[in-house]
Write a protein that binds this ligand. Structure first.
Ligand SMILES: *Cc1c(COP(=O)(O)O)cnc(C)c1O
Length: 421
């Protein structure tokens, strides 16, 4: 194959509108001196999001998706000592805010079809927590991993039966649908993220989808330091500084003009991978269930590689400590003294990552299940081991609007090249 990309093909990069609409709104913020965490762009972005989700729900724009999870839990009355059920197979932002509140995460494993919260395990967990603690968990947090919808129908049925509010973590599932409805509109709250690598971006930011104006009001109050109506600062509750900046919201308004195009492109790239990888033995794309209710945005395309497939350089995998971490450009990373942990992707997955990185392609292992993280060593877990198995064989493939047809063909060729027949 003669095509070689000019630059590294990253997993998912921010992609602005061709016309620079984002900059027009940002300039407006400067021109009108609305350089604060409120203003016309914040209101406009919230309106756009409201229309996008269904026109009935309310939306609060926040400084991060993590902040949205945190405030949703507060609005569900999660307090220190309470238990919250959360999908184990996720990014840490789904579960960390539970611990911010002094509450305890209870992890639930995944079903093989969607890789998301297994409804059977969910019910088992609820029953067992009630039996063991005498208390009902305060909230349930399912996660649309890589954009794939969870089984909204069964999860909502179980949650409603036990009277437990659902906080949908749709941070990766912006615009994904289940049975024609956008994710985030099934539960009491729906979390969105506009971090730089998500489906649309505000550089960093998030939002919380609320069922009604009253909930929106509560969330806004906590997001703006929980102030009482006095001419001076008076506080009867602990609040947070979590509102979105009017500058960032300007980016968001511009991004909303390309949101549908982004989603369509992610789905298109997924279909191309599925087609090109279908005859590669031992490599399997993660597809959405044949059930027509599932409509994933395919934020990241993911695949698995069988343990017995031999990848070039596999004998050297995990021999050296890596100097950077996954998502390595972000922040400070603690150095480690061992190249391995007690739960990690198979050698061929690591070898594949390194081989195709040498071809200027970024891949990443699937997210390491939270119940296997040292920081959550003591948390209860209800699992059949599905997510741990996927973590050992899974990897993520580039999928953003920057990824061209030629890129996908090149990536697939490099994967084939890496495999020793
Ligand atoms: C990105 C993400 C979030 C929110 O992250 P922020 O970076 O704070 O916007 C929450 N949950 C999941 C599963 C995510 O991937």
């Amino acid at each position: 194959m003669s095509y070689v990309p000019e630059k590294t093909i990253y997993l998912c990069l921010a992609h602005m509108s061709e016309e620079g609409i984002e900059q027009k709104y940002v300039k407006e913020a400067f021109d009108t001196n609305w350089v604060v965490p409120m203003g016309p762009n914040v209101n406009g972005f919230e309106e756009d999001l409201k229309k996008f989700v269904d026109g009935n729900h309310e939306v609060v724009a926040l400084s991060a998706g993590t902040a949205a999870v945190h405030l949703a839990l507060i609005a569900c009355d999660v307090k220190a000592g309470d238990e919250v059920i959360v999908q184990s197979f996720t990014f840490c932002a789904s579960s960390h805010p539970i611990t911010y509140l002094g509450a305890k995460p209870v992890f639930v494993g995944s079903e093989p079809e969607t890789w998301n919260m297994d409804p059977v395990l969910l019910e088992e967990a609820i029953k067992d927590r009630i039996a063991k603690t005498g208390k009902t968990p305060k909230a349930i947090v399912p996660v649309a991993l890589y954009g794939m919808p969870y089984d909204c129908s069964r999860i909502m049925e179980i949650a409603n039966r036990y009277g437990i509010p659902v906080v949908e973590d749709a941070a990766e599932g912006f615009g994904s649908k289940f049975d024609g409805k956008v994710l985030g509109t099934y539960g009491k709250f729906g979390v969105l993220s506009f971090n730089g690598n998500k489906m649309i971006t505000t550089s960093g930011g998030g939002a919380l989808i609320c069922e009604n104006a009253e909930d929106k009001n509560t969330v806004m109050w906590y997001a703006t330091q929980a102030r009482e109506a006095y001419p001076y600062y008076q506080h009867s509750s602990i609040g947070y500084n979590y509102r979105m900046s009017n500058v960032c919201a300007g980016i968001g308004r511009g991004q909303m003009t390309v949101a549908d195009a982004h989603i369509a492109h992610h789905k298109y790239v997924q279909a191309l991978y599925e087609d090109l990888l279908k005859d590669v033995p031992g490599v399997h794309m993660h597809k959405q269930p044949a059930d027509a209710r599932y409509d994933s945005n395919f934020w990241l395309c993911t695949a698995t590689i069988d343990k017995d497939v031999y990848v070039k350089g596999q004998e050297n995998a995990y021999k050296e400590v890596v100097k950077t971490a996954v998502g390595g450009a972000v922040g400070v990373i603690h150095a480690v003294d061992s190249p391995t942990t007690d739960c990690q992707p198979n050698e061929n997955v690591e070898a594949l990552r390194l081989y195709i990185l040498s071809k200027k392609i970024e891949t990443r292992p699937t997210w390491k299940p939270m119940h296997k993280q040292p920081v959550y060593a003591d948390a209860p877990v209800y699992t059949n081991g599905v997510e741990e198995e996927i973590f050992k064989v899974g990897f993520c493939l580039p999928a953003g609007p920057y990824v061209t047809d030629d890129d996908v063909r090149y990536i697939v060729e490099c994967i084939k090249e890496a495999i020793v027949e």
